[in-house]
Write a protein that binds this ligand. Structure first.
Ligand code: ZN
Length: 176
């Protein structure tokens, strides 16, 4: 018997990088051993981690940065770029029930998720270095397709793929 549990949600979560919380912090010394870090991170199961598309480091913001008045890209501009990328996806999948890159079927990934020449070599290297799973591969290609859409690029360039690979922070060996 096949059961379906339809759901559509965005999961956003945060964790410390290690038990003491200071791994990678330039101002405080982390007291954890690589073994401690591995044990701590293994509390999140691999299959669950695999399904988290964007895994990033959020470094502690120094005080100067918190009070800095210089602004990044305004939200309104960002919104327009995101909307344009969404429209590109709606157009791409106009003949399919798929509505966004993240929901591409394996066949659609084959069709729309092919990276630029050398892309496969880069993905293979990253995969060997970080021990990425097949699911992580698929996730990387979907995210890379979206990064390319945000840049209005018909092709997934090496820069888009590299950026997507960088978002697999927790797949990596903590010793690296
Ligand atoms: Zn630590």
């Amino acid at each position: 018997m096949a059961l379906e549990f339809p759901c559509n949600f965005v999961l956003v979560c945060a964790m410390n990088p290690c038990p003491c919380g200071y791994l990678g912090d330039p101002s405080r010394r982390c007291r954890c051993s690589p073994h401690d870090v591995r044990k701590y991170r293994s509390r999140i199961s691999g299959p669950l981690l695999d399904r988290i598309d964007l895994q990033i480091d959020v470094p502690v913001a120094p005080f100067d940065r918190l009070v800095e008045t210089r602004k990044g890209e305004p939200s309104a501009v960002l919104r327009e770029r995101v909307q344009a990328a969404r429209e590109r996806q709606l157009h791409r999948f106009r003949d399919s029930p798929t509505r966004a890159n993240g929901l591409m079927t394996p066949k659609e990934i084959q069709h729309y998720g092919q990276p630029a020449p050398n892309g496969w070599a880069l993905l293979r290297r990253a995969s060997q270095q970080f021990g990425l799973s097949a699911r992580a591969h698929t996730r990387i290609l979907k995210v890379a397709r979206t990064i390319a859409d945000l840049a209005d690029s018909p092709q997934i360039e090496l820069a888009h793929l590299s950026e997507a690979i960088q978002y697999r922070k927790l797949d990596r060996n903590p010793d690296l």
